[in-house]
Design a protein around this ligand. Sequence first.
Ligand SMILES: *Cc1c(COP(=O)(O)O)cnc(C)c1O
Length: 425
Amino acid sequence: MPETRDWLTGGLPHIWLPYTQMQTTPAPLPVVAAQGARIRLADGRELIDGISSWWTACHGYNHPHIRAAVETQLATLPHVMFAGLVHEPALRLAARLAALLPGDLERVFFTESGSVAVEVALKMAIQYWRNKGQAEKQRIVYFRHGYHGDTFATMALCDPEEGMHALFAGTMPDQIMAELPADEAMSRAFDLLLDTHGERIAAVIVEPLVQGAGGMQMHDTATLALIAEACTRHGVLLIADEIMTGFGRSGRMFACEEANVVPDIICLSKALTGGTLPLAATVARKHVFEAFLSGDPAAALMHGPTYMANALACAAANASLDLFEREPRMEQVAAIEAQLTLELAPCRALAGVAAMRVKGAIGAVELSGPIDLHALRRRFVELGVWVRPFGKVVYLMPPFTVTPAELTTLTAAVRSVLAERAGTL
Ligand SMILES: *Cc1c(COP(=O)(O)O)cnc(C)c1O
């Protein structure tokens, strides 16, 4: 394939890949197309995608309904600035998100990435208190194993050991880490923390029920409800980062719903457009929005990404929501949960496996001992699947449209790669 070799050899020397030591990394795989749960490589091989392109492609790749919606939008209005001007795809999407989300989460601020959606949530929370005359409430409480993004303000809220705290020490805002209040003693400690520092705390941020990039750690609804209750009692806002869990991944449309929790602010991205175009949303409850209404221009929210509410991305998100209405997505998630539970269970008995966890369309196997990520990743490709372990976890988060046979191929690959590894330990 001379054409492929052209763009590959000409382009690779100019590309800087994410989270990658460029000196030692194996060559990235050139992709030419993707359809359903399958990624097609330039050499003709097909990989079954077990991780939905960083958890975005919930309807599979190249869904005709999303493609048609984006094509239609492209013909009339791909983009227009969103200050002083509005358009139908964004307003329809905002109204639909407000209707879908619990409680009075009803005011939508659009951005283009998850990290920025969290940054906006932080600005909202801090300025909320400033506008109410409590400017000293500026600190953010986050949880161990959390992940909220790669920008400076969000890095400061990631797990201090797994995140980039050491690398950028001294350059990030100083925030307060807490343990998830998963038992009596930890609940008392969490309560004490909010009691002691409440006057300086603007908000608590949490990934409800499943902490994703920090290691696929899971907690129960009682823990989440307890966090929400403590926030209310101590006059602290609750920010739910549902960038990973949102849109069905954890088994409900939003993880907060399962615990009957209505956060003050919620962050959405990843599966919002079904994995087609970059878009994120920070959605605030009525009382949060109202704290910004004033005769004083300085009380307004000062943020505005250039590509805010991009019309193509909003059209894709509307089409994605159509699919949640028309197709049996939540039933598919329940079926995936049952199949993952059954087919990953044998992993528990393998040497070098510390734990196995499943929730919704998320299956995670936590490893112990030395982990050769490059070797594991290479074996998965050899077995015809795209599975990309990180840290200590091998996980599956397939598109919700994955077929039972494709999912069996994925779980069988995880079992055999981990069994091979067990043999070498
Ligand atoms: C991926 C992720 C982010 C960051 O989103 P980006 O679009 O990569 O900036 C933030 N929070 C959670 C929970 C995520 O999973």
